[in-house]
Design a binder for this molecule. Structure first.
Ligand code: GSH
Length: 120
């Protein structure tokens, strides 16, 4: 395993939910990252943000690791879930709630319901 792969593996092993993003959870620097961080923040999902803009090795390494060409990338309990489009769809369909529940990750169900109501 390369050094960067080991670092990524360590991040996703040590945190139930990890968002590889541009910027930080409180100051995203890209609209796609901002959307996913916004959903997680609003739903009160506990997660670790990893700013790929401050680490070029991770920025490339996470794309190779997941075999997914873009940022953001969300991992839940060690599994790659998707980027902005996928997370948006899963949020609106309720699949994200299901996944988090199945994996035992806490979140605010009322907030998740509100997102769907607002987008109905
Ligand atoms: N359709 C993508 C949008 C994300 C995207 O296009 N990200 C681009 C621009 S922020 C990206 O990561 N490009 C490669 C890079 O900047 O390293 C998704 O669903 O996440």
């Amino acid at each position: 395993m390369t050094d960067v792969n080991a670092r990524i593996q360590d991040l996703i092993d040590s945190n139930d939910v990890v968002l590889f993003m541009k910027g930080t959870r409180d100051m995203p620097q890209c609209g796609f990252s901002s959307r996913v961080a916004g959903v997680l923040n609003y739903m009160n999902v506990p997660y670790q943000d990893v700013n790929v803009l401050s680490d070029a090795d991770i920025r490339q390494g996470i794309k190779d690791f997941s075999d997914w060409p873009t940022i953001p990338q969300l991992y839940v309990k060690g599994e790659f879930v998707g980027g902005c489009d996928i997370i948006t769809e899963m949020t609106l369909s309720g699949e994200l709630d299901q996944l988090l529940s199945q994996k035992g990750v806490a979140f605010d169900q009322a907030a998740a319901d509100k997102i769907r109501e607002a987008n109905a």
